[in-house]
Write a protein that binds this ligand. Structure first.
Ligand code: GYE
Length: 390
């Protein structure tokens, strides 16, 4: 801006002095005056441009980052080709994860105008960072990350920013950097609180006075684990419940079974609630309890609570094995596509996009409860509900 303005004014001044040189003596004072005026204008413009420059410098960081995102979005697909996306997925540990992967592959298909590079990071944090760096090398248009754990991201996100590649985070959150355009996912803290508030209301209805809970948590340090643990623990603390133990089952069926086998030995006859932080862990925990002769489900010795509410999880609710299942919606890809289309159109997407979720049980286990004063509605598990689930 400054350069252009100065250039114009300089040429004006040059024309003026040329005119002055070529003119007759009678025209000389007028030409001189014109040249003086041009010089004065130039000086004023210079000063104004300097002030503008200083202001621009202050805002430079913010502007630069925004420009890079805009440029990248403008470049993406500009040649009329597909939009290229790199997706660093957590792994393949659960039914939820399978549905999440399928959702992305369905939406970001070639038929829909995308080239998707998909990497299954097999729950390995280092491999996930490597995958992101390989996307930078490939020069993809957008990077999608479902972060295995919530921290340790700032360096690699800075590298994405420097390369001018917009990052969209899905599902789990990144808690130590905000160098991404948007996050699309679920409120895990709310899910944890929902499980706690439901248990309180249900125990009251059943006349259960004492809660002795065993928790099988998800992968340690994943925001889904942190939120669900924090939310449930908040209610447990408030209500004075005993949490006998919390060990990770890594969101897998095998992990859930292993932890539950050891719980059945260490806490035999001492627990009346088992909380699994996803359905696959619950499947493993049920096998372990079956083998140990522990009766679980509505009206039995142990209340089994689970998260995710995948098809198989809801089938176990319907079969009277899981007492309540707190949904986490894995079908984020259509919302991620909206974010990408907004960027393509030069719009600024929302920094956070929350997925809608339901709390599932059979009629006898449907109780009234609220979360932070907000009344919740539970959904009855029917065959139609199961058929429509992921
Ligand atoms: O609950 C679990 C999966 O991050 C919300 O990860 C997701 C969790 C989900 O493996 O099944």
């Amino acid at each position: 801006m400054k350069k252009k303005l100065l250039g114009t004014l300089l040429s004006a001044a040059m024309v003026m002095s040329l005119l002055a040189g070529c003119g007759s003596t009678a025209q000389q004072p007028a030409a001189d005056a014109a040249a003086d005026t041009a010089a004065a204008v130039e000086e004023t413009a210079d000063a104004a441009a300097d002030t503008a420059d200083a202001a621009a410098d202050t805002a430079a960081d913010v502007e630069e980052a925004a420009e890079k995102v805009e440029e990248a979005a403008a470049d993406a697909g500009a040649a009329g080709g597909n939009i290229s996306i790199g997706f660093a997925q957590v792994g393949h540990e659960s039914d939820w994860r399978t549905a999440s992967t399928k959702s992305c592959q369905d939406v970001f298909s070639e038929a829909n105008g995308y080239d998707l590079s998909f990497v299954d990071c097999d729950n390995d944090e280092a491999a996930q960072k490597e995958a992101v760096r390989s996307f930078i090398e490939q020069g993809v248009d957008y990077i999608i990350i479902d972060p295995i754990i919530a921290t340790g991201w700032d360096t690699v996100l800075t590298e994405c920013e420097d390369a001018g590649i917009p990052v969209i985070v899905i599902d789990r959150t990144i808690d130590d950097s905000d160098k991404y355009v948007s996050w699309v996912g679920s409120n895990f803290l709310t899910e944890g609180k929902a499980a706690g508030e439901w248990l309180k209301a249900y125990a009251e209805k059943q006349g259960i006075k004492e809660i002795n809970a065993l928790v099988i948590s998800g992968s340690t340090g994943a925001s889904a684990q942190i939120g669900r643990s924090d939310g449930f623990n908040e209610i447990a603390k408030r209500e004075g419940w005993t949490i006998l133990d919390e060990q990770t089952g890594d969101f897998t069926e095998a992990g859930g079974q292993e932890v539950m086998e050891s719980y059945c030995k260490s806490y035999e006859g001492k627990f009346n609630v088992v909380v699994c932080q996803n359905d696959n862990e619950a499947f493993g925990a049920m096998t372990a309890m079956d083998n140990a002769g522990v009766a679980y489900g509505p009206g039995k010795d142990v209340i089994l609570i689970s998260f995710d509410a995948c098809t198989a999880g809801l089938e176990d609710v319907k079969a009277g094995k899981i007492s309540a299942d707190f949904e986490c919606n894995p079908l984020a890809a259509p919302f991620v596509e909206q974010v990408i289309q907004q960027l393509q159109g030069g719009e600024t997407p929302d920094k956070e996009v929350f997925m809608e979720e339901h709390w599932y049980a059979l009629p006898d286990q449907i109780v009234e409860f609220s979360i932070d004063g907000e009344p919740q509605k539970m959904t009855e598990v029917t065959d139609e509900v199961i058929a429509a689930q992921y």
